[in-house]
Design a protein around this ligand. Structure first.
Ligand code: NAD
Ligand code: MG
Ligand code: MG
Ligand code: MG
Ligand code: MG
Length: 341
């Protein structure tokens, strides 16, 4: 298939502008459901790219005036979905099954139901009808950057996946959409709903959100319990993390190691594994298993169905951690930093 280029730079398929043909959107109306982080960016980028867009938000939704101010037509989700040939689910993941119930009847054979995250399809919370294409176009970036880079003539990298291809043109259409929101300017990686969902959940639990916050809290507690000042502990285990992550983000691990002192480098290379040891690896494998076997999804779905009792409790405890108080006081000292930007 000559529309699926394999580049020799990557193990996976990466599409750019030349691989995407916007004419697949020529006669299509896109119904963007939700106007939050992703929704506002997709809808406005599509509109600027000359694609017919209608935004779907319920009566009284707080983002309605925002979408109207952007000059876009706004209707209720079922009305927008009825008009849309491509219906894009950009409402919060836990709300999607409810919104889907409202718009299911508006999906006709030949339509496309599109997502920016695979959770509800992968874990069976939304079961689209036959005759409908099911695709994903997921910028690997928060919405405000999807919008801002597009306006500068650039784009953010993204993912594309096809779960159900009834038309035979699902991938071409998804790539056209990715082009219209700017993602193929940067590069769009081919994936599957399963891979996107499971790697996303694993990453945020094991490393990005869960792993990092636990490391910061335990590091802080270790210093403070040993008698060091909370302020010093905060700076050493939390504040400075941004500097380290920025270096790794810009130039990889070696850029970071090259920038810190030789003492920091030797200490880090020899002692890091005291913390992230075999038991940490087993913990990560456990996380991955619960993601793969659906245990995590089941737990989170049932939390949402019962008004989120554990979630609320955990959030409150996190907010009450001493590191939050110290941080609030110390961040005042950095006020000059924000004003300078
Ligand atoms: P968001 O919370 O920023 O915005 C959600 C929008 O949906 C808001 O406009 C809200 O008013 C609206 N909404 C809420 N309830 C609604 C309802 N019942 N009917 C219609 N609209 C309703 O959400 P987001 O972060 O843009 O996430 C949307 C999707 O994009 C999710 O699947 C998410 O996983 C995915 N995604 C998000 C990001 C990101 O960085 N934010 C990145 C990639 C993918
Ligand atoms: Mg329709
Ligand atoms: Mg179609
Ligand atoms: Mg996620
Ligand atoms: Mg130091």
């Amino acid at each position: 298939d000559d529309t699926l280029p394999m580049t020799d730079e990557f193990d996976t398929t990466v599409y750019d502008d030349d691989d995407a043909d916007e004419s697949y959107l020529e006669d299509a109306t896109v119904a963007v459901l939700g106007f939050g982080s992703q929704g506002h960016a997709h809808a406005q980028n599509l509109d600027d790219s000359g694609v017919d867009v209608v935004v779907g938000l319920p009566e009284g939704n707080e983002d309605r005036p925002v979408a109207e101010d952007a000059g876009l037509p706004v209707e209720t989700p079922p009305e927008a979905a009825a008009e849309g040939d491509i219906v894009v689910m950009l409402v919060p993941d836990n709300v999607q099954p409810v919104v889907y119930d409202d718009i299911e009847d508006a999906l006709e054979p030949g339509d496309t139901l599109q997502f920016a995250h695979g959770f509800n399809i992968h874990y069976g919370q939304i079961e689209p009808p036959e005759g409908v294409d099911v695709t994903m176009v997921a910028p690997k970036s928060p919405g405000h950057l999807v919008r801002r880079t597009y306006q500068r003539g650039e784009g953010t990298p993204g993912l594309v996946a096809v779960e159900q291809d009834e038309s035979g043109e699902a991938r071409e259409e998804a790539l056209a959409y990715a082009k219209a929101i700017g993602c193929t300017r940067a590069g769009v990686i081919e994936t599957t709903f399963r891979e996107e969902t499971e790697t996303d959940l694993f990453g945020e639990q094991a490393v990005l959100c869960g792993g990092v916050t636990e490391m910061m809290k335990v590091g802080y507690e270790t210093l403070v319990d040993a008698g060091y000042s909370p302020e010093m502990a905060y700076f050493e285990v939390l504040n400075e993390l941004k500097l380290i992550v920025d270096l790794v983000y810009e130039g990889g691990l070696m850029e970071m190691w090259n920038s810190v002192s030789d003492t920091a480098e030797y200490g880090g290379l020899t002692r890091g594994e005291y913390v992230i040891d075999e038991s940490a690896r087993e913990g990560m494998e456990q996380i991955l298993e619960e993601v793969q076997n659906g245990e995590f999804a089941k737990e989170w779905i049932s939390e949402n169905q019962t008004n989120r009792p554990s979630y609320k409790q955990l959030r409150e405890a996190e907010g009450n951690h001493e590191i939050e108080d110290v941080g609030e006081r110390l961040r005042e000292l950095f006020a000059w930093d924000e004003e300078a930007e």
